[in-house]
Design a protein around this ligand. Structure first.
Ligand code: SAH
Length: 355
């Protein structure tokens, strides 16, 4: 039976819970065809640089949360970061992604200066993933050369969101949806996403997450399995949503990826590092075969990388994907894909129709 899009909530729910291998095969196929016809066979490579692991937040799932005293904190220098951007460029990547904890030591002015240096030295597209920041900072960074911003809303269930994202103070309530709207207005390409299998996450809310991707008209959508970290409150909690709890399984992530591709055909969707962490042999490839069209190889210097442990055993610590230019080329070719050229920004079928 052909899969008719857009899918309604009931159909999404049925697919999310589907276990029959032959039916799932038809879902993978539909997602792969949609991927090919909308974004093609190119796989865009984004070099990920984890520029700081200082964080002021207490996200209940994250290994680099402020409360985790066991973390050795670091903040890279501008020179070190620009060198990583040059490395990305030398590997033929079109984009560098600067990610960090929510580190107020990365001041607005410092980040602006860094962005100008990277732009003038490499001309790469720059994606930021620095958490919740003020509209003024976001505007200044856009001016200074940032092209895209990643901020996952993590779950569309407001109660669960509040539970796992303690506020900084009684007045500073975390509002990621509001920041996503600001980013859009400022002209950023906007990325968001969720973790799959957070304790307390229900099937119904996961279906709502996918509908939310579509209603936000996201340019980039990242989805990965929740991986418990033993030094976090959520990592040791035994609470969950009972019968309705979504398991944090690789299989469910593929279903979410495929459904996301069907609902958001033009989006850039990475085959995430977390997916590669739960299936080192094949996670990355299966993600690419079931809807994804982006890979984010980790270019953080080894000495820092080990301390950016948002979850245990990140695949990038012993990177399964070799990042030499010819190795990537060969690997992608063996999967029937090719390396994306240029910045690899969102392409719209009907250019100029957005408000
Ligand atoms: N401070 C930035 C970057 C956070 S790390 C921000 O808040 O946006 C990037 C993503 O890693 C998070 O958005 C979250 O979805 C994911 N992540 C964090 N802890 C995780 C865990 N234990 N398992 C799986 N993914 C996790």
């Amino acid at each position: 039976m052909p899969i008719v899009t857009p899918l309604d909530r009931g159909t999404i729910l049925t697919w999310l819970r589907e276990k029959d291998p032959s039916r799932l095969q038809s879902l993978w196929q539909a997602a792969d065809e949609t991927r090919r016809s909308h974004v093609g066979d190119e796989v865009h490579l984004r070099g990920l640089v984890e520029i700081s692991n200082y964080c002021r937040r207490q996200c209940a799932y994250c290994g680099i949360r402020a409360g985790n005293r066991g973390v050795v904190r670091y903040r890279m220098t501008q020179r070190e970061i620009v060198d990583c951007a040059r490395h990305a460029k030398s590997l033929g990547f079109g984009t560098v992604v600067l990610q960090a904890g929510e580190d107020m030591g990365l001041t607005g002015a410092w980040v602006s200066e860094l962005l100008r240096a990277i732009k003038s030295e490499t001309a790469l597209a720059i994606t930021l993933s620095l958490g919740e920041r003020t509209s003024e900072e976001l505007a200044a960074w856009k001016q200074a050369g940032a092209d895209r911003y990643l901020l996952r809303f993590e779950t569309s269930d407001p109660e669960l969101f509040r539970k796992i994202h303690p506020s900084l103070s009684s007045t500073a309530v975390s509002d990621r949806m509001a920041q996503l709207r600001v980013l859009r207005t400022l002209g950023y390409e906007v990325g968001s996403g969720v973790m799959v299998g957070i304790p307390g996450q229900t099937w119904d809310s996961l279906a709502q997450d996918i509908l939310t991707f579509q209603s936000l008209d996201l340019d980039m959508i990242g989805v990965g399995p929740y991986i418990p970290h033993p030094d976090t409150p959520l990592g040791v909690s035994s609470e969950d949503a009972g019968q309705e709890q979504v398991p944090s399984s690789e299989q469910v992530v593929y279903r979410v990826l495929a459904l996301t591709r069907l609902m958001c055909p033009e989006a850039n969707i990475p085959s995430t590092t977390a997916l590669a962490a739960v299936n080192k042999k094949q996670g990355r490839q299966l993600g690419l075969m079931r809807g994804a069209n982006v890979i984010m190889p980790n270019l953080t210097p080894d000495a820092y990388r080990i301390s950016y442990a948002i979850y245990p055993d990140k695949a990038c610590l012993n990177e399964t994907m070799q990042v030499g230019p010819s190795a990537i080329l060969q690997q992608l070719a063996s999967w029937g894909r090719k390396v994306g050229q240029g910045h690899g920004g969102r392409r719209r079928k009907a250019q100029g129709v957005r408000e």
